[in-house]
Ligand binder design. Sequence first.
Ligand code: BJ8
Length: 382
Amino acid sequence: MNDLPEKFEEFEDARRNGFLTVKNLKDDGKNIVGMFCAYTPKEVIYAAGAYPVSLCATSEETIPDAEKHLPKNLCPLIKASYGYALTDKCPYMYFSDMVVGETTCDGKKKMYELLGEIKDTHVMQLPQTQDKDHAMKVWRSEVEFFIEKLEKKFGVKVTEDNLKEAIKLTNEERILLKEFYGLGKLTPPPVTGYEMFQVLNGANYTFDKAQQNARLRTIIDDLKRKHEDGESQVSVDAPRIIITGCPIGGVADKIIKTIEDAGAVVVANENCSGAKNLEELIDESTDPVDAIAKKYLNIPCSVMTPNNGRGELLKKMVEEYRADGVIDVILQACHTYNVETHQMKNVVTKEGKKSYMSIETGYSPSDLGQIKTRIEAFLELL
Ligand code: BJ8
């Protein structure tokens, strides 16, 4: 860890500290909605006077319990999510009044059926394509249906003003997080990829967004000052890597640390911890339900077909971050991201003229040695 401002460390501890915060919120009579996916329209939850929280899904601890009901050959993120609910080991799940999921990949949507037996689970029917007419109409009506569900569940009325206020709040956070991860464009970046990940991940567990945004402002200004003063723990010659693929919360140490211990630097994340989720803001000048539906439907996840937005975003990022290589992280048994490796390889190597490698892994540390060898070999060729 470098000598970042003290407040930076609060992001690293945000998940753990959030347990107490969420308990206090419940004691104060507030409602909590647990979520798993970047497609969840958080603004609707805020507008209903509730708090969205990301549920536990990034440790192998509960996978053996999950495997009593789910097949072994399933994505670890899905098994961990269900395992936490089954064993009641996730405080966020415990304090959630309800859970919202979306029909993304097959494994997740079938898991939600079992989850519904444990917790009140609302599943939004996410279209699998992103056309502006039919898919948008379907998704907009799903956003409206979710609003109705929350109104009934919590006995509240979601107004246009509430939605606009929530959009303003989440856009402010997105703008700051974008400015923060955009520091990866600098040479050398004033922040390592591992530190960047801690902040982006920590933001999922921060409930007081005004306080978080003030902290982010301090961190960004401090890092910019460091860069101007020529201070960075990252070597100017460090190979610059972009990570794409599945969410990496459960494998961040295995992937990011290994890359950075080998002398490279992760300059950006195209995945749901980074640009995929945060790049597009919500239009504040139009009907809020339309604007929310549009932002989320545009998320370029591999569950969409076709999913052209991912390649476009990755190509743009390779240029803007002056990446030397892209590492595509696939969680075991994630078919949609696995199938897309062929297209992503073409985007990076043929169109972007950069190096590409895909790594398929799970939450167990058993393949760490093999991953280390592969990453070192990849970096040597850059
Ligand atoms: S928007 S990436 S968070 S679906 S669960 S698809 S890894 S097999 S998590 Fe995701 Fe939303 Fe897309 Fe982002 Fe594969 Fe596992 Fe399915 Fe997964």
